[in-house]
Ligand binder design. Sequence first.
Ligand SMILES: Cc1ncc(COP(=O)(O)O)c(C=O)c1O
Length: 421
Amino acid sequence: MENNNGSKSWAFRGNEKLNIDTTDTIGGTLYWLRHTISNNEDERPLIPFSNGDPAIFPCFRTSLRAETAVVRALQSAEFNTYCPFFGTLPARRAVAEYLSRDLPYKLSPDDAYMTLGCTQAIEVIVTVLASPGANILLPKPGFPTFEARCSFSNLEFRHFDLLPDKGWEMDLDAIEALADEDTVAIVIINPGSPCGVVFTYDHLKKVAELAKKLGILVISDEVYEHLTFGDNPFIRMATFGSIVPVVTLGSLSKRWAVPAWRMGWLAICDPTGALRNSGITEQIMACLSLYSDPATFIQAALPEILLDTEDEFFANRLDLLREGANVLFERMKEIPCIRCDRKPEGAIFAMAELNLSQLEDIEDDVDFCFKLAKEESVLMVPGVVVGVKNWLRFCFAIEPSALEDGITRLKAFCQRHAKRQ
Ligand SMILES: Cc1ncc(COP(=O)(O)O)c(C=O)c1O
């Protein structure tokens, strides 16, 4: 075929799998929300309830010890080289030791692989599991990167609900009903994003037993590990590794609030060797060999960061999160059209249900968030983006004064749009 000026038409074309609707992702939605308000004349500061990155606030600055370890590694000039594609031995040893502190058995450095944040750990395990015809079970609400990755890798996903009336526990009956002989794995996120749930020991054990019955792997996204400030302590899913093989995903991004360092890991927690015997670990290595690896100097600092960060830093961080969750939960009661029944006990988000029947000119959660951004310069993620329509996702890991200010503006917005009696 010829084009207008008589030469052969261009043969290039893109990958159709990337023709996705950007409003289906958190990043895409936030881009459009920010775009909507770029010409606003509002002089008040933007309130980012949409935020998943507390690092922008001075009160969430990372630990001095972590910063010092990175600076020292960088200035030594010993780590300006490439490193093995699956990570340096000291970094892998540190991850194994760090995770083993919470487990009834010891991981070895060979169980740990270094990744570019938890995002790349998700990418690797989804790619490895995406064999033709296979399917995977994902939580709803959840973290949309899993869905996006599965779509891109042609791995079918099936959603099971987290149950708001049961404190956002996983619907175990639904999991059992959804699985078939082609189901390869289930994903859990604990502490839970976006619901702020921290699963109990008993609940996780039931999931492990169910996964064993179904013969499937458990992928545990623990990017919010140890960020718990309610009654339930953080239990690693791999605690049940002798019942079912677990792949643990994590990173420095949340606990240390340094997502820009892009330091994550994937760990095989498989004391019975079930996973090793399946060849999956070799495929993880093969997959990693195709990718770029995390910066060598950050890996060099990792042992000190993971194993020696001062307790005081963690305690202060939890105090801030606990206070944020309390303020959000209490003040939300002042806004009749938004219901948040459960105070978050972990991670950095809470979900609240929108009662549209009390609002006059708001179509749905997306319309709510766009109008709120335009009128009040308050950014929030519509629930539909994380899997539940007409809910709202709030991040409470923001500066305390911004949190108060944001709720006051949200309240004013809801009053202005309330249905007149
Ligand atoms: C549940 C969940 N998993 C993974 C990630 C990605 O983590 P990272 O920034 O380390 O890539 C996030 C980031 O917000 C998340 O919320």
